[in-house]
Ligand binder design. Structure first.
Ligand SMILES: Nc1ncnc2c1ncn2[C@@H]1O[C@H](COP(=O)(O)OP(=O)(O)O)[C@@H](O)[C@H]1O
Ligand SMILES: [Mg+2]
Length: 252
């Protein structure tokens, strides 16, 4: 499903009687099945944008629509994965994934959950509790749980942010596999340039609440993070993000 943002504004506070916009005239058109990364430094408004898309926050001005229909609060149509997984500690892996379909009174909830366990590579972990899982495994459960409601759009807010570098790279590959198998529209937030260039069809660079760049990543998959074309994109975004002091982003 396509996601369209038309001149979206969001402020949390006023300064001298004027709203201080965290998001300022955001215009985006995300196509059905597209993998879009929203890239930007800490504090530039990424999570605010994701929360608007999820329906947890409302825009001050502008409109967000999914397949032509304006969003009005959270919906099973949009699945969300956060950096800190929000799994139920008292439920097993299987029960966590099954939660949404069960709530929706799906008779095939077990089957749905079992398929997702395989899809995200959690076979053998079905009966484990979240507390006994590594960070990477817990994020797989989080992704499976978001997919269990069969959302049209998957919204991910720095889901790999808390993971070690090695596991992160592995999870990036997994996320691409999952996306290729499910054909979901994915909006993925990150502050890592290589992560965005590795994952995305298109990278939207946010700077101080505005769309600074909107760039198609023209590299076939699987992508080689050491190839010259890959490094060229990384370089481009590093230049786009560095401030006057030349300070750049973490590039793991
Ligand atoms: N609920 C809120 N109330 C007030 N200010 C907020 C709120 N949420 C975010 N902000 C501010 O909005 C800006 C953008 O935050 P956020 O969207 O979380 O950035 P990012 O995810 O890119 O790090 C920050 O300056 C942050 O302090
Ligand atoms: Mg954030």
């Amino acid at each position: 499903m396509s996601v369209v943002l038309k001149s979206v504004y969001k402020a949390f506070e006023e300064i001298d009687g004027k709203p201080k916009y965290v998001l300022n005239d955001i215009r985006l058109h995300i196509h059905d099945g597209e993998f879009v990364c929203i890239l930007g430094k800490s504090g530039c408004g990424k999570s605010t944008l994701l929360n608007l898309l999820a329906g947890y926050l409302k825009t001050d001005a502008g409109r967000i629509s999914v397949n032509g229909q304006e969003i009005d609060g959270p919906s099973a149509q949009r699945g969300v994965v956060f950096q800190q997984h929000a799994l139920f500690p008292w439920y097993t892996v299987m029960e966590n994934i099954e939660f949404g379909p069960k709530l929706a009174k799906r008779k095939d909830s077990k089957k749905i959950a079992q398929e997702l366990v395989s899809l995200v590579g959690l076979n053998g972990y079905e009966n484990k509790y979240p507390g006994s899982l590594s960070g990477g495994m817990a994020q797989r459960v989080g992704i499976a749980r978001a997919l269990a409601n069969d959302p049209e759009v998957l919204l991910m807010d720095e889901p790999l942010g808390a993971l070690d570098a090695m596991i992160r790279q592995n999870m990036r590959r997994e996320i691409i596999k999952i996306w290729e198998k499910t054909n979901k529209t994915v909006i993925f937030i990150t502050h890592s340039i290589p992560e965005a260039v590795y994952l995305a069809d298109r990278v939207v660079l946010l700077k101080e609440g505005r769309v600074e760049e909107d760039v198609k990543i023209d590299i076939s998959r699987p992508r080689d993070v050491k190839s010259p074309e890959f490094l060229e994109y990384v370089d481009f975004f590093e230049k786009g993000l560095s401030d006057q002091e030349g300070e750049s982003l973490i590039t793991e």
